[in-house]
Ligand binder design. Structure first.
Ligand code: FES
Length: 682
């Protein structure tokens, strides 16, 4: 007796989802049934080209599948027509046309490019699976008939429901006056933007005929900079990125001074809201014109920001965030039509603002969490976004804590005598010879160290103008290693006898890092005792915050550290650990993760599942208010020392020969707690 023939097995990559499907099933349909997102604008008519796939050739032993492009039915008329007009790359098929005819391993490529005027401006680093809240749906609508007195809009909704399996679609009342004109203009064919973020499908925009462009904007509103990314909602590509200074700076340099401005000036809140919205509007205009698309094509936008920026953007008075209990007006995600705040995008576009974690830990930290995914990992991960206020998230998939710590602006170069923002000419790397105490430096904008051939050219090009955050951390770390400062951060004046780099400055001493000189843009740069103190205060605040969270999880060390933000990307993990900014960890497990807040905003833009994911994580995350914790002060005092007065740094000690330390009160007592343990996190 012959065995009954099994249906072909179809496996989708990269998701790995698989199932058996009857021969003759369109690949697009198989994908839908498995929840694999493949874009389709034309509803399977073979005209939009969004549904492209590739079939792998070969035997995949792990999956038990012998796959071949020949296991699809032949190329259809529609595919031939499509490739006459547009380029269908070799090996690609339209999944709405190709039918399953044997076992398949199907690859869903991430680079489906239809409109050639759209260019990729920036390397894409993250694959984000797409399932956007708004999508384009092309429909052909029945013409009116005396026998059937159904309205034009009703027939449009009927067509959407039939062709796109939309349940009870609705249409924005705002669009009703245009429906008849648009249907006739498009000869009864239209493309609708349909928004469905869990509240039922709603038509938010209509184009006559076939429309094949849809974009979204992801924006990170920082206190100093606003960064925005324009993505294709159809391919997921980032089409353009741009940044601009936050114009609210004119109302106050830091967050608290902006809150004070609102408190002191009756018109302050409105003026700051207007300023930030206008700046966002200008960025959007710049992005769409750079990418060669229209503002009308922007149908979704996501926003992340710290709590005060979040409130001001939404037009909410941030005064309550200025003091305990730091009450947020709204902490959950906020969604509304973009026209409510006058953004220059399609009138039907929708805005989604990610949730805030706490009064000090904003939607930007939520976006960083979404991007770095400590809640998806087994390893205990510390995620730190270092800014004037460091936002800290610690834990794993079983338990997650969040807090913020007031680090102040020292790491951004403020409050440091020779400090400056990271810009060409700023010292970013420092090495000090422990014998001679002579330094060598590298500046932003130059490749060579100051003792190498070619540095003359660097001096000509950018000069040496100051020291930025990463340089400050390195110089302090190197001064500690060279014995110029002791573990309490005191500059050793006795060294002045042997090195002219150590100089008396009033009752304390300083270290001459750069002599300055004749050349233009060659400033003398000294590290003063007060600079060392400012760094100690900043790093102790961050470390104490982290340590409090570690206490809660009963941890002695963490398994991975991710440093978010521009600063986090440039600091050398070894030096960050050496000065005790972050706790001990395997050095290869400490990584700068760049603009994680922007990545999180893009994830929420391109996939509504990520919105539900972060909403749930934020609900569950435990919020710790560092100011209220009795042990904060104790940790802070211990963390003033280099690297720390109370805690051992065994992983660091393996990588760097640390100077002998006077006191290590709890180092031996570390055994009382579990090193890298996870009690309480399962
Ligand atoms: S769905 Fe449009 S071409 Fe296949």
């Amino acid at each position: 007796m012959t065995e009954p023939q099994k249906d072909p097995l179809v496996l989708f990559m990269p998701s790995g989802r698989r199932a058996r499907f009857a021969k003759g099933t369109p690949v697009l349909e198989a994908a839908r049934q498995l929840g694999v997102y493949i874009e389709s604008v034309c509803g399977g008519r073979g005209i939009c080209g969004r549904c492209q796939i590739e079939v792998e050739e070969g035997h995949f032993a792990k999956h038990g599948i012998s796959s071949s492009p020949a296991h699809l039915t032949g190329v259809t008329e529609a595919e031939n027509r499509y490739s006459e007009k547009r380029v269908l790359a070799a090996g690609r098929r339209l999944s709405c046309q190709a039918l399953v005819d044997g076992d398949l391993v199907v690859d869903v490529p991430q680079d489906v490019q239809i409109n050639r005027q759209i260019v990729r401006k920036r390397a894409e680093t993250r694959h984000i699976e797409r399932d956007p809240a708004t999508r384009l749906c092309y429909v052909e609508v029945e013409e009116p008939d005396m026998e059937k007195p159904l309205g034009d809009a009703d027939r449009l909704l009927q067509a959407l429901s039939g062709e796109w399996q939309l349940e009870n679609p609705r249409i924005e009342t705002r669009l009703l006056p245009d429906v008849q004109r648009l249907l006739r203009e498009g000869e009864w064919k239209v493309t609708c933007a349909v928004h469905d973020d869990g509240d039922g499908p709603l038509v938010t925009a209509i184009w006559p005929g076939f429309h094949n462009i849809a974009c979204g904007i992801a924006v990170d509103i920082g206190s100093t900079t606003i960064a925005a990314h324009l993505s294709s909602m159809l391919s997921g590509r980032t089409l353009a990125s741009a940044g601009a200074p936050n114009p609210q700076i004119r109302f106050g340099e830091d967050l608290m001074s902006r809150v004070s401005y609102v408190m002191m000036n009756p018109e302050g809140r409105a003026a700051m809201t207007k300023a930030v919205r206008e700046a966002v509007g200008q960025l959007i205009a710049q992005l769409v014109s750079g990418a060669g698309v229209s503002q009308e094509d922007v149908i979704e936008a996501t926003f992340v920001a710290n709590p005060i920026m979040h409130h001001l953007f939404l037009g909410i008075d941030p005064t309550e965030l200025g003091g305990a209990p730091f009450a947020l007006a709204v902490s959950g995600a906020v969604a509304f039509p973009a026209r409510d705040i006058g953004l220059p995008v399609n009138e039907g576009a929708r805005v989604y603002v990610l949730p805030c974690i706490a009064g000090h830990v904003g939607a930007d930290a939520a976006a960083v969490t979404l991007s770095e995914g400590p809640h998806r990992a087994e390893d205990i991960t510390l995620v730190v976004d270092v800014g004037t206020n460091a936002e800290i998230v610690l834990g794993n998939k079983h338990r997650l804590l969040a807090a913020s710590s007031p680090t102040g602006p020292a790491f951004e170069g403020a409050e440091i005598s020779g400090g400056q923002r990271a810009a060409p000419g700023a010292i970013e790397r420092v090495r000090i010879d422990p014998e001679t105490l002579e330094p060598r430096v590298k500046v932003i904008g130059g490749e060579e160290w100051s003792n190498e051939d070619g540095f003359d050219k660097v001096m000509e090009d950018v000069g040496v103008t100051g020291i930025c955050g990463s340089g400050i951390i390195e110089v302090v770390g190197e001064m500690y290693l060279a014995g110029i400062i002791d573990e309490d951060g005191v500059i050793d004046g006795r060294l002045a006898e042997t090195s002219d780099r150590i100089q008396a400055s009033g009752r304390t001493f300083s270290y001459l890092l750069w002599r300055g000189g004749e050349a233009a843009r060659s400033q003398e740069i000294k590290i003063l005792q007060t600079d060392i103190r400012a760094i100690q205060l900043a790093k102790a605040a961050l470390y104490a915050g982290v340590r409090l969270l570690m206490d809660k999880l009963e941890l002695e060390s963490v398994e991975a550290i991710k440093l978010a933000g521009a600063f986090g990307s440039y600091i050398d993990p070894k030096y960050a650990m050496l000065i005790g900014l972050i706790p001990d960890c395997r050095l290869d497990k400490v990584k700068g993760v760049g603009n994680a807040a922007g990545t999180g905003a893009r994830m929420a833009l391109l996939n509504r599942g990520h919105r539900r994911e972060i909403e749930e994580v934020v609900r569950k995350i435990e919020k710790i208010e560092t100011a209220l914790e009795p042990r904060f002060q104790e940790h802070f005092v211990a963390a003033m020392a280099f690297p720390n007065k109370a805690h051992a740094f065994p992983h660091l000690a393996e990588a760097v020969k640390l100077p002998a330390r006077k006191v290590l009160a709890e180092a031996e007592g570390g055994g009382r707690r579990r090193r890298g343990g996870r009690r309480g996190t399962r």
